[in-house]
Design a protein around this ligand. Structure first.
Ligand code: B12
Length: 301
């Protein structure tokens, strides 16, 4: 506990201790008190927060944030507009579709899942049916990458934790890992996005060097699954929690899983800002990662 943190005799703690228990900076806890989201009683020059209010605040923060409800007349219509712009390489029109939705309050995770991913699936179908050349597909992917980068939030304030995002070696699909990086950044993670073709041992080195709490391995090309598992094993051996995605798995589920892991480890080691390193694996383990529930990817910590 930091100097000045004090447990009160009335079943509460002062604000500095509450901030520590919540894993946030004092100023953040103070802002929550001022906004009324964290109940507190003024005692002299500080505030006192009841133990049960700290506990229920921790519980509320652990719940995945409900995506803000934005009014979109029809997602399929928006997807259709984006798809047509991507097919003709009209970057301005494609960016306009996404930017208008963002201006209406659509978070980047929603845009990735409801707008970009469905349009990209249609691009994939068009390519598979020979209606779209490789060059046109590359043009469309490039536009989507730039839209994502443009709309990704810049991390502000103290991060929830440190995450490393990479794609399995042999999997050239960097876009889904970029989506994962954007989704985590939007949820206040500090993200090191390594893109594609990172050798597992070097992935692990970087995870250690950055003291990352969480490693996300994105997988789109099923042929690269063994490589994804090798990356996951190497990353897991560092003590970080690891999640592996799969085609069609949800970014909202990734964010929720990351939060769960964060909350669990914050409980285990109060005062630590990020995730605590997970238990080191038994010698010779972990074996192949078990298949995760559909749509959630696979988590191991
Ligand atoms: C763009 C693209 C490419 C580009 C990638 C460029 C880039 N910068 O990413 C390039 C040209 C490199 C490419 C190459 C190939 N591609 Co390709 N590609 C696509 C396309 C059109 C979009 C990919 C994409 O971004 N998907 C993102 C969304 C749409 O998919 P998603 O699975 O729902 O993704 C979600 C999750 O991954 C999640 N997520 C991300 N990370 C994480 C992590 C966790 C833990 C969790 C929980 C979730 C999560 O976020 C995403 C959004 O929700 C897809 C079409 C498709 N259906 O995906 C084909 C597709 C994936 N490609 C395909 C193929 C066949 C190939 C090639 C083999 C073609 C070839 N003969 O060379 C090569 C493989 C190269 C390699 N070694 O990997 C097939 C795969 C078929 C199969 N069943 O395996 C597809 C489906 C096209 C098709 N309809 O046939 N491709």
């Amino acid at each position: 506990m930091a100097e000045g943190a004090k447990v009160c005799l009335t079943g509460g703690v002062n604000l500095r201790a509450a901030a520590e228990a919540l894993g946030v900076h004092y100023q953040t806890a103070y802002r929550w008190v001022r906004e009324g989201s964290l109940p507190a009683v003024k005692r002299g020059r500080t505030y006192e927060v009841a133990d049960e209010d700290v506990a229920s605040f921790v519980e509320r923060r652990r719940q995945p944030a409900a995506p803000p409800t934005i009014r979109v007349r029809s997602w399929p219509e928006q997807v259709d507009r984006l798809y047509r712009a991507l097919m003709t390489g009209d970057e301005q029109a494609a960016t306009g579709v996404a930017e208008r939705l963002a201006a209406n309050g659509a978070p980047v995770t929603t845009l990735a899942e409801e707008l970009l991913a469905p349009a990209l699936r249609r691009i994939g179908e068009a390519w598979a049916e020979g209606r779209l050349s490789v060059a046109e597909e590359h043009r469309a992917s490039g536009i989507c990458e730039r839209i994502l980068v443009r709309l990704s939030p810049a991390p502000r304030g103290r991060p929830r934790g440190i995450a490393v995002v990479a794609t399995a070696p042999g999997d050239e699909h960097g876009l889904p890992s970029l989506m994962a990086a954007s989704a985590l950044r939007a949820d206040h993670w500090r993200v090191h996005d390594l893109g594609t073709q990172v050798p597992p041992a070097e992935l692990a080195d970087l995870v250690r060097k950055e003291q990352a709490d969480l490693v996300v391995v994105s997988l789109t090309n099923e042929a690269a699954r063994p490589a994804a598992e090798e990356s996951a094993r190497a990353a897991h051996a560092t003590g970080a929690a690891v999640v592996v995605g799969s085609p069609g798995s949800s970014l909202a589920a990734l964010v929720a899983t990351a939060r769960e892991l964060h909350a669990t480890s914050a409980e285990a080691r109060p005062g630590r800002q990020g995730l605590s390193p997970a238990r080191p694996p038994e010698p010779g383990s972990p074996g192949p990662l078990p298949a995760g529930p559909p749509g959630r990817g696979t988590a191991s910590s």
